[in-house]
Design a protein around this ligand. Structure first.
Ligand SMILES: [Zn+2]
Length: 126
């Protein structure tokens, strides 16, 4: 069965081929669609756009840990907003304090993730 998403990917692939891109013997690490090399030399996935081709395992691990940090950051932002929404709605002081504790922990996590991401960017610029 061809899903709506497949259709979009197939359309994108034929666009890439028409524009002179070459299908590579490599798959996108995120969706395992075939990757294409543009005339400019950039490697792209039909769904995810420009993909960095990793040369070493260390580089692959680095990219994976960035993806994990992205996920944790999104989760923390989600939780913080959910907690912020419940603040003031709690009837008991204990429940309110519990929420504030949770909020503090998530804010700590968010701050740490941001710092780790900054460190990674700095390293890349070296
Ligand atoms: Zn992809």
């Amino acid at each position: 069965m061809v899903t709506k998403r497949d259709e979009v990917v197939i359309k994108k692939m034929s666009e890439l081929l028409r524009s002179g891109a070459v299908m590579l013997d490599l798959a996108c690490p995120l969706c395992s669609a075939p990757l294409f090399k543009l005339k400019s030399g950039e490697v792209v996935c039909p769904t995810h756009g420009v993909v960095r081709v990793v040369k070493t395992d260390a580089e692959a691990v680095e990219i994976q840990s960035q993806a994990v940090l992205d996920r944790v950051q999104a989760l923390a932002a989600d939780r913080i907003s959910a907690i912020a929404n419940s603040l003031g709605l709690e009837s008991s002081e204990d429940a309110e304090r519990e929420l504030l504790d949770q909020l503090e922990r998530w804010l700590d996590i968010l701050e740490r993730v941001r710092r780790l991401k900054l460190m990674a960017v700095k390293e890349e610029k070296k």
